[in-house]
Design a binder for this molecule. Sequence first.
Ligand code: IVH
Length: 668
Amino acid sequence: MNTDINKLRELVRHHERKYYIDDQPEISDADFDALMRQLEELEKASPEDIPPDSPTQRVGGGVALGSRIPHRSPMLSLDNTFGRDELLDFGVRVRKLLEDEPVEYITELKIDGLGVSLLYENGVFVRGLTRGDGEFGENVSGNLRTIRAIPLRLTSTADNPVPPVLEVRGEVFIPKHLLGDINVQREAEGETPFANPRNAAAGSVRTLDSSVTASRPLDIFIYSLNYVEGLEFATHTEALEKLKSFGFKCNPHTELHNSLEDVIIYYNQWVEKREEIPYEVDGIVVKVNDISQQNELGSTAKSPRWATSYKFPAHQAITTIKQIEVQVGRTGVLTPVAILEPVKVAGATITHATLHNEQEIANKDIRIGDTIVLERAGDVIPKINDVLKEKRQGDEVAFQFPDLCPTCSTPVQRSETEVAVRCVNAGCSAQLKRRIAHFASRNALEIEGLGPATVNQLVDNELVHDVADLYTLKAEEVGKLERMGPGLTHNLLHQIEHSKDAPAAKVLVGLSIFHVGETVAELLIDYFLSIEGLSQADAEAIEAIPGIGPQIAESVSTFFAQNRPLIEKLKAAGLRCFTEEVVKTPKILEDTFFSGKTFVVTGSLTDMTRTEASTQIKARGGKVTSSVTGKTDYLIAGEGAGSKYDKAVELDVQILTAEAFFEHLREN
Ligand code: IVH
């Protein structure tokens, strides 16, 4: 019986490997499922005998997410090289340190996913860590086990036995074309879609629920052997071959080169073909192949001297502007948007691009019918990089910025001090729709289920005339709207009711006052303690708060002077921040890493919004500002950090990675 079950396990492992690692299935999916079920049935007879590396033990096993574990050796990152000259400079440094010995380079694709370390003892997967801050990783073993391309048991034969201890490193990723499906599902569940496959991979591995990881089409490529007992290799190529023989999945696109000129040819070929690769690749990695040379070159605290990443240029595409439309924002600002001939950039079809404001159109001389270069760097919103004026045919039309609001036809207001052009009609339905959507958004009252389609209907059917009307909506009114069955109606009204508990700062954000985002709202509430208190203050009193300038003070006091009826309505609706007595609770904020220091947060922190990061810093006694200056103590730089990062480098401001920041949060 035992041998039967062991043979069956081996058979399932074999087919798992054929399907998920070698990409050469030998049997149909249905036959594979049948084998798996058979194994599950046999294991049911004595559950206590099921080994943790059985193919049935992918979901539910392992250690819970959260513990931090030191890496055996730091998980370094790679230096970035942009352009041919920088790559050749890398070669010069390498040759100099190696005293002009000949160097063989190996190139690999740089997969844009989540770096992980996998530990095997006697061929069995025992632990998986994220990169973390490079020194300590997060234990994600339970989640990684659900990834079918990660073997739970390695292939070991008499001729090729697995070593007792083996640590490999690789990149977990999600195929590009599957991101759309995941996002459709996330949106249906009211969650924010992932901006790119990298965030999707990171979010899926760093979740508390391993069944979520299991439901995502995650894959992995192993790119290095980090630690091994009892085996030695002369080259990186040899090490990769060995890893493949143990059953690891390594990327097939590696190549050897005797010169960096040769590497550049290889790179240029990939720049041409990058869209064809089914996973996100942001460049190539160039490594010195010889391990003794690698050891001789060594590493800096941050990255090895024997490798570099040679980044691809930002994704670009050429298209034309079919039309320019003007959208009305929640504070009445009119934003011009280019409607584009749809074009694919980095796998996403782009149909719109913001033109920011009237001034931008004039500065770049953007006309309807123009051919433009659209650029999308990483996950950022596409921008118009260039207008190809040489492509003009003569029939392009200069855009006339409207003098009337495109929605309510009220004359627009231009100001001497701002580039923004505004619709000043507080009753404008476009503004109202945006204000309600903002009121319901995550930064404000977090009313799930109140998406744009519902907001539009509520306004168009005149069921709400301001945000306070949400609180007097009746089930029979909501139920009559399109696509609102009894279940959705009940849920929406429940969520609206629940939002009454929102704290004052969130409600203040939700009011769409010019210049009042989360940071300012919190400052104001910290000082005045309640919206009611703030609404009684004049501009002078508001301006007295450190960090609040005259523009904000003016905007806030004008808002409350003009919107007293709205505040009374919200009070009457029973929002807790108006009805509850305010008790000031002084926080003990001394002696945290954050206290008394000034932070700027930039880029994407993957699993925390910047708003949340600011809240966490402030709760620990730190200050958050929006621009990097000589007074900034730390820049927290997430993925895609741009000009603020450069500024911080220039001003010698200390930079914390997202991981290091999370680390400090956990410690304080
Ligand atoms: S080698 C010492 N090879 O890129 C660092 N890294 O910025 C050795 N990555 O953290 C890394 N593809 O997660 C290497 N073929 C590849 C890679 C690769 C993606 C990631 C890795 C690393 C980051 C470096």
